[in-house]
Write a protein that binds this ligand. Structure first.
Ligand code: TRP
Length: 457
């Protein structure tokens, strides 16, 4: 079967970075930072990204490009009649789970575009205050049907792009819009640094309190790193299968990891100085930080303060956030669709419809579970939080663990080096250290962190 490929080198970087950069960076990263003590979490997160990011990403790329298949087909090709394809199935299941709660938040970005266009962060020409904006976010969460509607719209949008195919679907938009998002974040970052309590926000981020590092903080950082880089469930195996045989995968993965980390850190630099200045942080005595409302209340406030241009910047920002989320949901849906098309031989159109409907069916419960008093709770946590937990803190680390074990111990050094260097055509002096990390460091680190999280929840 002929496969769609990416048009150029920048194409695959754009697509993989498009998958990586999303709500994980701008919404989930600040949530995790605020819930895990700030600086200590940031430090652990950066260490994990630095040490494991590129090697784990390369493991996925190599599997995908060597086989030119979806994750299940890839493991089946490399190790026929073994249990390894189960990893591929896990990836498909994980894609469903992530899609289900991710699309809830993605739907919120659409609601906030509408709010921004309608100038709803102002009343009678006067900017609303922070408390009102937070209250309105909470009120919106209580409107179950509205959340579900936006979620459906977002999944439909994703299905539409996925149906149109890989190369012309993803590449074109990402290349222009993502740099624009970075630019706006820089502008906002410079602005929020001038706010009166910016210093407190910076201290929260950059003065790590080491006593805060517990097993659960470690797992949160590990999960966030994999989540943000889209690793551990086969998205990058699928994308790797579209990488050309003469591309340099090391520079590709380095670019993706750098871009993703830059956006996450920039987002934190915008949000925390602002959250401290507007009084959202530190949490009021007796209350907990609500990470969920963090970006949906601080960002409108920032734009409110920038009279004039703020109105337009606010619209542009939420549009770009929605696009960033879209390029991520595309990658998730693509994993499910590629499986249905290549393994079950469904026509692409029906595969897309089926995958979208499946995500929606699960997603409805995620959206409705955030209502106060919702019955969709498990173990005292909303269905939404449970899906987030199972995917980021269980499935992704376990998936990544087996992926590096597969490359390091099953396929081995000669195979890895040949694939990484395009059969010796590239001289990559770092291949030795990368392989060492894949074989020894990564499995050990992931296992230790995972177990420490289990022992110390
Ligand atoms: N990385 C994306 C983000 O940060 C989310 C995402 C897309 C993802 N594809 C994934 C997460 C695959 C884990 C696995 O927003």
């Amino acid at each position: 079967m002929s496969r769609d490929g990416f048009g150029s080198k920048i194409g695959i970087i754009a697509a993989a970075a498009g998958s990586a950069v999303g709500l994980g960076n701008i919404y989930r990263f600040p949530c995790e930072l605020s819930g895990n003590g700030g600086g200590a979490f940031l430090l652990v997160y950066l260490l994990i990204v630095l040490c494991l990011g590129v090697p784990v990403m390369l493991s996925e790329f190599v599997i995908g490009r060597a086989t030119q298949k979806n994750p299940i087909g890839a493991f089946r090709t490399l190790r026929p009649r073994s249990a390894w394809p189960i990893l591929g199935y896990l990836g498909v299941i994980c894609a469903f789970i992530i899609m289900a709660f991710y699309s809830t938040v993605a739907g919120w970005t659409l609601e906030y575009i509408v709010k921004a266009v309608g100038n709803q962060f102002h009343e009678n020409g006067v900017a609303k205050d922070h408390e009102t904006i937070v209250a309105e976010f909470k009120a919106f969460q209580q409107m179950g049907w509205k959340n579900v509607l936006w979620q459906g719209a977002f999944i439909f949008l994703t299905g539409f792009v996925v149906f149109k195919g890989v190369a012309n679907g993803i590449e074109k938009y990402t290349k222009i819009l993502m740099p624009l998002l970075v630019l706006i974040l820089i502008v906002l970052g410079v602005y929020t640094l001038t706010l009166d309590k910016a210093g407190e926000g910076l201290a929260f981020l950059f003065k790590p309190d080491f006593s805060k590092i517990t097993g659960s903080v470690l797992v949160s950082a590990l999960g966030q790193a994999f989540f943000s880089l889209s690793m551990g469930m086969g998205v990058l195996i699928t994308y790797g299968s579209y990488i050309k045989k003469d591309d340099n995968m090391v520079t590709t993965s380095l670019s993706v990891v750098l871009a993703d980390t830059m956006v996450a850190v920039l987002a934190a630099l915008v949000i925390f100085p602002a959250a401290y200045s507007f009084g959202e942080l530190p949490p009021k005595p007796g209350t907990e930080v609500n990470g969920m409302s963090l970006i949906f209340s601080t960002l409108p406030m920032i734009f409110n303060q920038m009279e004039g241009v703020g109105y337009f910047l606010c619209i542009i920002f939420f549009v770009l956030l929605a696009v960033a989320a879209l390029t991520s949901t595309i990658s998730l849906l693509e994993v499910i669709v590629a499986y249905l098309v290549e393994e079950l031989h469904l026509p692409r159109r029906w595969a897309t419809v089926l995958a979208s409907v499946g995500c929606m069916a699960l997603g409805v419960f995620a959206s409705l579970s955030l209502k106060e008093g919702s019955i969709f709770t498990i173990a005292g946590k909303s269905f939404f939080e449970n899906l987030d937990f199972i995917s980021a803190k269980v499935l992704l680390p376990v998936g990544a663990l087996f992926i590096v074990i597969f490359v390091g111990w099953i396929m081995g050094k000669r195979w890895f080096n040949a694939e990484l260097t395009n059969d010796g055509k590239l001289k990559l002096s770092i291949k030795g250290i990368v392989y060492f990390i894949i074989k020894f460091i990564a499995p050990l680190a992931i296992a230790v962190i995972f177990i420490s999280g289990l022992l110390n929840p």
